[in-house]
Every structure is written in C-alpha cells, then in structure tokens.
Ligand binder design. Structure first.
Ligand code: SF4
Length: 697
C-alpha cells in the first residue's frame, strides 16, 4: 500500500529507488579514529535496509564551523579517508549519500576546544550575540572579508565532497545554524551588504548556494531550510518564502524543510509533539515552489514522522516529493525494506524518547538508541549470525529482556523468554498508557513479531525457576522492577495506589496526590490530566503554541483508549509532591522542560521541598512542607511514585535466587537492567547492558 513511497524519482542527477531519505544525524562516528569503519558500518546497514538516500551528519566547512569537538572538517585529521570508506560502503549496497555542509555559527559549543593550529577555537556569527548553552562564549562578528571567505569554504567543502565520491551535498541552513542566523533579524544586527533589511539578510544563503552550485555542477545540491524558526520576532513566513524565491533560480535540486531553532521554546522533536505536526510548513514551501517558474525542484518533508504509512499519506497527493526521517533509522536500519514489504509489525519504531540520541549528542557523548542499542555501535556488535547456536533463556519480558532476546534470536540462537506477568513489555507497557508515549507499545509489538518470526518461545504468566533453566547454555536475568511501596501511616488504605495500578486501572474521579515527582510521577500526572486521544492533543498543541499544525496523522499505534474507563481531570485537582531535587528529574535534558511545561499549562500543583509525608487519611494527605508546617493536600486518591525495587522471581527471591541456582548448576548468566540495580534504573542503560550481556555469554 506504499505505492507513492515505493516509487522511483530523481533528485537532480540522482535516480532514487524510493521516496525515503535518511535525514542528517550527528553521531560522533565522523571523528572516530577507526579509519571510517564505524561510519561505514552504520551507513552500510541503513543503505542495505533500503533507504534510497542518506544525508551525513553535519561536516564543518572550516575549523570555526564545528559545532563541538566531535565534528569533522574535510582535509583535517584523516576525515577524507574515513568518509571515502563510508561512501564506498553505501555505494556497495546500491545507496546514495549526500554530505551535509555545516556551519554552527553562534551554536558552536567551543568552550575548551582548539583549532588545527592549537589555538582556541574561534566562534563566529553575523553579530556578536551568544546563546545560553555556549557557557559565556561570545561569538566574534564576521568581517565582510570573512563572510566572503566562509562562502568560499562552503564551495571548497562541496568540491572535497565530490572528490571523495559523495553523490551530492545538503547545505545546512536550518535549525538556527549560521545561514539561518544570517537570515534572522534576531541574530543578524549588521548594517552592511550582509544585513540591515530582509533582502540583505537573505544574501548569505543566496551566495552560499550560488557558490556551491557553481563548485559542483555535476552533483545533487539541496538545502535544508527552516520552515519556521519558532522564535518570536524571527523571520516571517513571507520572508522564508522570499528566500525560497531567491534560491530557486540558482539551480538547486531540492529543498528539505526543517523546523525550529535549538533554543526555541516550542517543542519540536519530543514524544509529546503530535506526529506529523510540522507537515504544514513543508506543504507551504512546496506550494511556493510549485507556483514558481521552477516547479520541478524537489521538496522534502521531515520531523515527527515515524511510520512510512504516514509518509504515504503525506506524499500521495503529489505536492511533496519525499520524506526525510532521521531518528527512526537509529531505531530500525531496515525501516524501509520492512515497510515496503508490508511487514509493519516488524518495524522497530522510534519512540521519540531522545534518551540515547539527542540527549547524548547535546553533551558530545556517543549516540545510540534506546530501542536499538546496536545503533552506531555496529562494529562492536556485528549483525552476522552466530556459528555456535545455543539455547539462550531470558528471564523478563520488559525492554531489557526483549532487547537481549531479539538480538540472540536474530543471530540464530534458540531463545526462550520467561515473563512472570501475563503480558510482555514491563515498564514500557506502562509507559505506553501515558499520553504522548503510545509509541512505547511499538517496541513490544516489534519485538513480539521478530521473536515469533525467529521461532522463539515465549512463556507468559510463567515465572522461571532455577529448575527450568538448568539445561540452558546462557541465561539473561532481566526481571526488571516493580513499584516501591512506602511506609507512611495510612498507606494501606484502599484509596492508595501504586503507579502501576493507577495507570492500568485508572484513578476514580476527584483530587489526586502523587507522592514522588520524578519521571514516573510526572508521567502519572500527564496520564491524569491529558487526553488519551492524539487528535485532541494535536488541537491543544496547536492552540497552545499558536501553530497551524497538521492534525491528520497519528502515527502507527492504534489509539489506545485504556481498557479501564478513564476521565481526564482538570490539572488543579492533581498535586505532585517531591522531597528534594527537580521535578521530572531523570527525564532527559531535551524532554524534561516539555514534560514539566505541559503540567504547568494544565494547572497541576507542584509541591517541592516536602520534609516528611506524615499520614494518609481518607480525602487528605498530611505532609510537613518546606517551612516545617503541617499541611493537608486534598487527595481522594493517593498514587505512590516513589521509585522502584527489583522484581521477585517465582520462588519469592529476587534474581539473586535464580542466580544462585544457575551458579550451582554451572550455567553462565548475567543480570542486567533494573534487576541488577533498581535504584538508578535507566532504560538506555538497561537495553545496552542486555545487548552487551547476551553477546558476552
Ligand atoms: Fe528514537 Fe529514543 Fe532511539 Fe532516539 S533513542 S532514536 S528518540 S527511540
């Protein structure tokens, strides 16, 4: 049914087999000192998975263009050789690859960095305006001569890309980087030929495109434009459209439409952002292109799309030419082939958590993926089948257990999963009940499909005992966690619930006090106050941020109205209480502010600095507040979100019980994730440990 997605098209000189582009992602593999092996393996697997065109992570056009220490520059430190290896790998698989030409401008995180001469890294921008994350580094305003030199650096980088063998280049002019900075009245305060009015602010983008197009007439040249900056006072829609008009006569082959600056306070890439929210911007730009004398220039839509069935809906009317997805390719390198074969159940869907990708990339840490811990680590964990098939048993069907089971089954081991409850998913099954996190169910759906296809055995409602496992060749203990109870007088009253019960069964109408304001407490508050219907949330999102967002797409997960009747209550009826630390602590840096902002918008009360939970009575929770006063919090229900403890196994032991039995029987085993350490359980750590353990055994 993906007729349009599966149709061939051309992008300048390139003949592409389908309409899916892998968008640029900064992985840090670009500077890994491995001769390009890591990058080659990463891109090879994705090209083999069917994506027609890959855009690299940003490649800085000169030293000062780097966004941080892990950005490559052509011609520096063996970069060209590494890229050559990566390009060859993609071509081997029949794919194409474009180099993204990048200049961070004032977004360079340059504190402590040096350039190739050992001098402190220079940070440059149209005007000397810093941004908050730059830790006090104020950029130097580019002189007119330096602007000209920077344009020439873009052209030189394009020539390098051609010499290395790239099929084309994408000029990064979106997300608030240098070209976008020149365009915006917020960051370009110049009054010379490069600023002063909207036309002169556009000139830098125009001259970069002109120089690059002239430098590499034989390559595909595209630009990544900002459909909207989502910054109050920045370029208007008319100014963006005027830039498109200026660029079209220059011989561009395509325009990829991005959205929002990194410092924008409008959420753009978080799970809470409705699927397909940003399509309206790509459609507007496509309208400008189609009505121009250059209607054949390709327009590529992107952002908050995880499912190619949505891609089909987007492309079917012919206005847009292709869809670019990025994070979904971290989650599933075979996304395109699986989707084109109609095998949607197998697709390992990106859940928009940002935990192993953006949250890491922002601090310069190695990028991977929560639901695919092999991502960007393909060399360390090759996909090839085992030559020594074994019986592998996995105890626990939560995210860690499933990650271990899927990896072992894929490589040809004989896998059995033992899940004590009557359903797979563990904490992900609960998370999927939270509005905006419905995609967490997709991880379970995909693992179940893959395990079924590979002939794995799944025992549900059947806790494993040591006797079950004595004949195993290798055991992964991933029994996960259960909600921790608390010892407060009244905590055994019937109106006191664990978060698990609250999420599964719903909470009766009335006031609710949530004890614990970490990630789960914040999720529970969202569950109580937000609509489970994504279409309703999309309309609210549009109203909240004053946007014209598309509402027609709701992702691949069928709308899950929870089994138990559930009312969405006013936020004023919900109080989240916390002793110390920030509300939402544990949620990643790129998502926490969005999650807390949603609760604030809903009017949820947040009571921090609680000294003591005194007692629970019908209708009220008594606490000692930050001033030492005894106060009553209205609570027809109390939900305990006070962390987790290790789940018990069948014999009432924690995993230690099984471990002792396995040790006695001489069966190799590993304990991973929450079963190993429930206090600081972290899903990225859990799935990563699961992969490492199953490869070691
Ligand atoms: Fe998607 Fe989360 Fe994986 Fe990032 S870490 S690619 S957001 S699933």
């Amino acid at each position: 049914s993906l007729r349009t997605v599966a149709s061939a098209w051309t992008l300048g000189p390139l003949h592409l087999a389908n309409r899916v582009v892998m968008g640029s992602m900064h992985t840090g593999l670009e500077v890994q000192d491995d001769g390009g092996a890591g990058m080659a393996a990463f891109y090879r697997e994705r090209a083999a998975g069917g994506v027609a065109c890959i855009i690299t992570g940003g490649i800085a056009v000169n030293d000062e263009a780097r966004g941080g220490p892990d950005f490559a520059v052509f011609g520096v430190g063996g970069a060209d050789e590494r890229f050559r290896v990566a390009v060859d790998a993609v071509h081997d698989e029949g794919g194409t690859i474009l180099a993204q030409l990048f200049h961070a401008g004032r977004y360079a995180l340059a504190a402590g960095m040096v350039d190739r001469h050992g001098d402190p890294q220079r940070v440059v921008a149209p005007s000397a305006l810093p941004w908050a994350a730059a830790r006090g580094v104020v950029p130097t305003e580019l002189t007119s001569a330096e602007v000209e030199r920077t344009i020439e650096d873009f052209a030189a980088a394009a020539r390098s890309a051609r010499d290395i063998g790239f099929d084309g280049v994408e000029i990064m002019a979106s997300e608030g980087y240098l070209i976008n900075q020149f365009q915006s009245p917020l960051t370009n305060l110049r009054d010379d030929e490069w600023g002063g009015d909207a036309e002169r602010r556009r000139r830098f983008a125009v001259e970069v495109v002109r120089a690059v197009r002239t430098a590499v007439p034989e390559l595909a040249v595209t630009i990544r434009l900002s459909g909207a900056d989502l910054m109050p006072g920045s370029s208007t829609d008319d100014e963006v459209d005027a830039l498109v008009h200026d660029l079209l006569p220059l011989g561009l082959d395509g325009i990829s439409v991005g959205i929002g600056w990194h410092e924008s306070r409008t959420p753009t890439v978080q799970a809470a952002v409705p699927h397909g929210a940003w399509l309206a911007y790509a459609e507007r730009i496509a309208g400008v292109v189609r009505a121009s004398p250059y209607p054949g220039v390709r327009v590529i839509a992107s952002n908050r799309m995880t499912d190619l069935r949505d891609g089909e809906a987007v492309l079917a009317d012919g206005l847009l030419d292709a869809v670019a997805l990025a994070r979904p390719f971290l989650a599933d390198p075979a996304l395109v082939n699986r989707s084109l074969a109609g095998r949607f159940a197998l697709v390992n869907t990106c859940i928009g958590c940002n935990q192993a990708c953006l949250d890491r990339s922002i601090v310069g840490a190695p990028v991977s993926c929560l639901v695919n811990p092999r991502a960007a680590r393909e060399v360390a964990f090759p996909a090839r089948p085992t030559t020594d098939p074994k019986r592998v048993d996995v105890v626990g069907g939560g995210p860690a257990g499933l990650a271990a089971a899927v990896d072992a089954a894929r490589r040809g081991h004989d896998v059995t999963v033992w899940e004590a409850s009557d359903r797979l998913g563990g904490q992900f099954g609960l998370a999927a009940l939270v509005p905006g996190k419905e995609d967490y169910a997709a991880t379970v759906r995909s693992a179940r499909a893959e395990l079924a296809e590979r002939g794995a055995t799944i025992h549900l409602g059947r806790p494993a005992t040591a006797r079950d496992l004595v004949d195993s060749d290798a055991v992964v203990l991933a029994a996960g966690v259960v909600p921790r109870s608390i010892d407060v007088p009244g905590s055994d009253l019937p109106h006191v619930l664990s978060y698990e019960r609250a999420l599964r069964e719903g909470v009766p109408e009335g006031t609710v006090a949530i004890i614990g304001g970490g990630g789960i407490g914040v999720d529970t508050a969202a569950f109580l106050t937000e609509s489970p219907d994504e279409a309703v949330r999309a309309a609210e999102f549009a109203a909240r941020w004053d946007l014209d967002v598309s509402e027609e797409l709701v992702g691949d997960v069928p709308q899950r109205l929870p089994a138990a009747p559930r009312t969405t209550r006013p936020g004023s009826q919900v109080t989240v209480l916390r002793r110390s630390g920030k509300f939402g602590q544990g949620i990643g840096i790129t998502s926490r502010w969005v999650a807390i902002g949603r609760l604030r918008d809903a009017g949820v009360r947040m009571l921090g600095g609680v000294q003591e939970y005194l007692r629970i009575e019908p209708g009220v929770l008594w606490v000692r507040d930050e001033h030492g006063d005894e106060v009553g919090v209205p609570a027809d229900s109390v939900v305990i979100c006070a962390g987790q403890e290790r789940a018990s196994d069948a014999e009432g032991d924690t995993s230690d019980g099984l471990a002792t039995g396995l040790q006695a029987a001489g069966v190799p085993y590993a304990v991973v994730g929450g079963a190993r350490d429930a206090r600081s359980v972290d899903a990225v750590r859990a799935t990563s440990e699961a992969l490492e353990a199953v490869r070691r055994l």
